[in-house]
Write a protein that binds this ligand. Structure first.
Ligand code: ZN
Length: 50
């Protein structure tokens, strides 16, 4: 598998089976944990690759 999504908050590859996700600007982002998802929801992620 080479299509592993990347957590835009911490930069880690998201390898969880059922990771938390968020829609942002018509894109879906996945997160390694609810902690990172919460940080993303709290404000625009500075590392978001858009
Ligand atoms: Zn993370």
């Amino acid at each position: 598998m080479s299509n592993v999504p990347q957590d835009p908050v911490c930069g880690m590859p998201v390898t969880r089976i059922d990771p938390p996700s968020e829609n942002y600007r018509d894109r879906v982002f996945w997160f390694c944990s609810e902690v990172c998802a919460g940080l993303f929801r709290a404000g625009p992620a500075p590392n978001t690759p858009i």
